[in-house]
Design a protein around this ligand. Structure first.
Ligand code: ATP
Length: 503
């Protein structure tokens, strides 16, 4: 089982210290969220798991950490200044603002649903029903047709014309600038990828890398989303785990497919049920300006929705970005009249292949995942409910041990017995260097177990009266609730083995 909806995770997160609404004492800040003591551990574990899988376990990968604020030219030549837009519309009646493409997608889905109901024996709706596929441009016009698309908030159909809105956050650099000074204009990065492209040569030459190889990065990105929401699914400040894999042109399609499959496997490795994951091939009309093909991995973020098609949304995108970015940032490429396409760059980011004596701009395969969406998917998928012998409902968060914020909780059976307390504290500090361990004596043992189940702690270790005599403790398994007696001397090795900790 998984969480029945995101709301269940919102309340668990608040109750148990995973995620809090940001700036709550001042009424909150729209879509911003703060990670609490357990949330920060979970986030860090997701990032470490990704980094280990992506960088440390491979021979063809390097990592970097580039700046959030880059030279404005980066965003000029990457195409973000001109094209990183979302189309938005305002409802003239209730003044609410929406993403025009989201309303159209929703509307198209409704049309298709109605068509399928009326034509149960026909396989596919005709093109006029699938009109979204014919391009956003034609679709955007439908906001001008009265009665066509209705406002989700008030049900009326009185829209402004859709207009493009750039998602990059603007700021000014330095103390001298007045607010509109174009010379001081800078952006907070909307993706981490560009920091990798502009460092391609630095990494390749210092690490003496040959194509194919990849550069990975984890870091914050910022997008002034028109309609943020659904908890940590869509926020204006978020973290990305991105990797750019540089290949020889011609090898790109095969390598792209390999990465699509690896990435799907990674989410399964994290313990996400395959039936809650799917591939989504982006239709041509949806592709970003730089992409030749993009396949998204979707998670079932909205299981409560009746229509199966509306239950899914993007967890990760895996794009074939071609040689677009490296070429765009290079000083060499020229137009037909011999004019440089990029007069500001001081470097050529092409690659010389020693073996074939060829120079070319590598193609780039980019798997890009959100840390926060991964955390949400992992929490939703781990959520289970279990009934005790006494008929009480318990929440058990069956997190993969690698991701669990706390690996083991050491609990004294009697907190008024100093020897039991000091033994439990000693065991906790002996375990601490190898794994995240906590000590808790703030309730009866039943309550303490329930609390650890709810935050996903794989094991509880209980110290009782007998422990003082036989130097053994009880190890309780979160998922089976089975208990086993283990000698204290063997405890670290026993837990490390069961948690899958290798060194
Ligand atoms: P969407 O279509 O949901 O806006 P996108 O296709 O624009 O996402 P990408 O540019 O492919 O997203 O970014 C890669 C990943 O970064 C996404 O798969 C997602 O996990 C994450 N991401 C993007 N935007 C946000 C956001 N506003 N909040 C949280 N995570 C995000």
């Amino acid at each position: 089982m998984a969480a029945p909806n995101i709301e269940t995770i919102v309340s668990l997160s608040k109750r148990r210290g995973f995620v809090f609404p940001s700036s709550e004492i001042y009424g909150g800040l729209g879509s911003a969220w703060d990670y609490g003591p357990l949330g920060v551990e979970l986030c860090n574990n997701v990032k470490q798991a990704w980094w280990r899988w992506m960088v440390h376990e491979r021979d063809d990968m390097e990592g970097i950490d580039s700046s959030i604020i880059l030279n404005r030219s980066v965003w000029k030549y990457s195409g973000h200044e001109e094209t990183f837009h979302d189309p938005l519309v305002d409802c003239r009646e209730c003044k609410q603002r929406f993403r025009a493409d989201h309303l159209l997608a929703e509307f198209t889905m409704q049309l298709q649903q109605e068509w399928r109901k009326e034509n149960p024996d026909k396989p596919e709706p005709p093109p006029e029903v699938l009109f979204m596929g014919k391009g956003l441009q034609r679709g955007l016009g439908s906001f001008r047709t009265p009665g066509y698309i209705k406002c989700p908030a008030c049900g009326k159909s009185n829209w402004t014309d859709p207009r493009q809105f750039n998602l990059m956050f603007r700021t000014t650099l330095g103390a001298v600038a007045d607010e509109d000074d174009p010379a001081a204009l800078a952006y907070l990065r909307p993706e981490t990828a560009q920091g990798i492209f502009i460092n391609f040569l630095n990494v390749q030459t210092t690490m003496r890398r040959k194509i194919p190889f990849g550069i990975a990065q984890i870091g914050k990105s910022f997008r002034n989303e028109v309609t943020p929401g659904n908890f940590i699914f869509r926020t204006r400040e978020f973290e990305q785990m991105e990797m750019e894999y540089f290949v020889r042109p011609g090898e790109d399609e095969r390598v792209h497919q390999e990465w699509i499959d690896y990435c799907f496997d990674w989410f399964k490795r994290l313990g996400i049920a395959p039936e809650n994951l799917r591939f989504y091939e982006q239709p041509k009309e949806e592709l970003a300006h730089y992409a030749k093909r993009t396949v998204d991995i979707h998670y079932r973020f909205f299981p409560e929705r009746d229509d199966e098609e509306r239950q899914w949304d993007e967890l990760m995108g895996i794009a074939n970005r071609t040689d677009f970015d490296l070429k765009a940032h290079s000083k060499k490429p020229e137009d037909e009249e011999g004019k440089r396409l990029n007069p500001d760059s001081t470097e050529d980011l092409s690659y010389f292949d020693e073996a074939t004596k060829e120079r070319y701009y590598p193609y780039v395969i980019e798997p890009a995942a959100g840390v926060n969406r991964t955390v949400l998917a992992v929490l939703m998928d781990a959520y289970t409910e279990k009934t005790t012998d006494k008929g009480e409902k318990r929440v058990v968060l069956k997190l993969h041990p690698e991701l669990a914020p706390v690996k083991v909780a050491v609990l004294p059976l009697a907190k008024n017995k100093p020897e039991i307390v000091s033994t439990a504290k000693r065991i906790k500090s002996e375990l601490q260097p190898a794994m995240r361990a906590v000590y808790d004596d703030t309730g009866g043992i039943g309550k303490l177990y329930a609390r650890q189940d709810e935050i996903g702690t794989p094991f509880c270790v209980t110290v009782d009266h007998q422990s003082l005599e036989d130097e053994a403790v009880t190890v309780r398994d979160r998922d089976t609730w089975e208990q086993e007696r283990v000698r204290v001397a063997e405890l670290p090795e026993h837990l490390k083995k069961r948690l899958g900790i290798k060194c």
